[in-house]
Design a protein around this ligand. Structure first.
Ligand SMILES: [Zn+2]
Length: 115
């Protein structure tokens, strides 16, 4: 296991230091424990429920409020991850025009946001 916190699972917020494996996706991460939980949820889901989104179910306000901070933290991590990817693009010689085009924004907007 790594000793430095590099990222957190986007599902349970555990840092890479507290899990066996943290798999990275486009701006998000998932730990081995959440993958196992997801497999269980997927295997037990009704055939007519293609998407399993907690906010689609009847849940109490208290539970919704408890989820706001983790959702916000996951959002912040995605933004930090995007900045890291932009930094990688710059390190590889990518221009602000290329980065802006990839993000669907102008060169100037990309530079103002990430420079
Ligand atoms: Zn997790």
């Amino acid at each position: 296991m790594s000793t430095a916190v590099i990222a957190r699972c986007s599902f349970c917020a555990k840092p890479n230091t507290d899990v066996e494996v943290l798999v990275g996706g486009p701006g998000v991460f998932i730990c081995d424990g959440c993958v196992r939980l997801c497999v269980t949820v997927i295997e037990g889901k009704p055939a007519d429920a293609p998407m399993i989104a907690p906010w689609e179910h009847d849940i109490p306000l208290e539970q919704v409020l408890q989820n706001l901070a983790p959702v916000s933290a996951a959002s912040s991590q995605v933004q930090e991850n995007l900045a890291a990817w932009v930094g990688k693009a710059r390190a590889l010689g990518g221009t602000w025009s290329q980065i802006g085009e990839a993000l669907g924004m102008t060169r100037q907007s990309a530079w103002e946001r990430f420079a």
